[in-house]
Design a protein around this ligand. Structure first.
Ligand code: QAP
Ligand code: CO
Length: 178
């Protein structure tokens, strides 16, 4: 297992459209394990391969309180969506910023699991939001794209001013910098 480097907005590589995985092999299983390790270490509740500069359609999520319910999706497709919900979203690629975004309340996602076996999962609430957010990453889309251009520009300017690893420093180390 290995920790992966996470790209930060506005890095243009986050805009790459990821390619479908042909065969779920040991390399994909290692990618899944590395994404999970990186997500848990952050800590985060979701991470897409795109964020680690790997442009394959692979993502992981775990919204459980005990961090013991990992889900990995290869070639995920949301084939059903209904209702709306609005929640504060954050992103490991947009460290330190949280804004409300409207998403579908209830989804169904079809994907391959870590053995390459097709499955579907129905999700609602936070898990549904997280899956929609991570699927967006595979198409080069970020939650800031749903905000007003004014808010997005403010976030971009603030992230461009700070060192690229500052999202990983404890809050106390940033105190006094605004
Ligand atoms: C997507 O995001 C998500 O700013 C996953 O300094 C988030 O795990 C979907 C994180 C919220 C729905 C609701 C963010 C870690 C983690 C930060 C994450 C940060 C450190 C974000
Ligand atoms: Co994200």
């Amino acid at each position: 297992m290995a920790l992966l480097h996470v790209l930060h907005y506005p890095d243009s590589r986050l805009r790459t459209k990821a390619k479908s995985v042909g065969v779920v092999d040991d390399g994909i299983r290692k990618l899944i394990d590395d994404l999970l390790e990186t997500m848990y270490e952050a800590p985060g509740i979701g991470l897409a391969a795109t964020q680690a500069n790997v442009h394959k359609r692979v993502l992981v999520v775990d919204v459980s309180a005990n961090h013991d319910q990992p889900h990995a999706f290869v070639n995920p497709v949301i084939d059903f969506a209904e209702g709306t919900q609005e929640r504060e979203e954050g992103c490991l690629s947009v460290p330190g910023f949280y804004e409300p975004v409207e998403r579908a309340e209830h989804i169904r996602v079809a994907a391959l699991d870590r053995q390459g076996k097709p499955f579907t999962l129905e999700a609602e609430g936070l898990l549904a939001v997280c899956i929609q957010h991570e699927c967006d990453h595979l198409d080069g889309k970020l939650f800031v794209d749903y905000l007003s251009s004014l808010k997005r520009q403010r976030i971009k300017k603030k992230l461009q001013k700070r060192p690229s690893d500052s999202g990983r420093r404890p809050a106390v180390a940033r105190a006094g910098r605004g």
